[in-house]
Design a protein around this ligand. Structure first.
Ligand SMILES: [Zn+2]
Length: 102
């Protein structure tokens, strides 16, 4: 087991997990239930983490994640409806639910 990456949201971690599963690389998500004890731990350590089950898959898994990141640049955007800043990988506003695809 080797830690691949961590991300602020479980949505993103699950996105990576599905991506790697499609390539036949088994992974495991850790920290996904730690949200409730936020505040009792340093913030960063409570982020969900993605671990690769077989160390031999590590390099390839890392490349796939980097490639996926490059495909969808994480440039933040401002919601035209409520004015909130949103991270680029999200197609809908976290605050009001406005979808930029519409
Ligand atoms: Zn909004």
């Amino acid at each position: 087991m080797k830690k691949l990456t961590s991300a602020e949201t479980l949505v993103l971690i699950n996105h990576y997990k599905n991506l790697l599963a499609a390539e036949g690389i088994p992974t495991e998500v850790r920290n996904q239930h730690l949200g409730s004890i936020m505040g009792e731990m340093p913030f960063f350590e409570t982020w969900p983490q993605l671990w690769v089950v077989n160390d031999l898959d590590y390099d390839r898994a890392k490349q796939l994640i980097e490639a996926a990141d490059a495909e969808s640049p994480a440039e933040s955007w401002k919601c035209p409806k409520c004015g909130e800043e949103n991270e680029g990988q999200f197609a809908a506003c976290w605050n009001c639910g406005y979808a930029i695809d519409d």
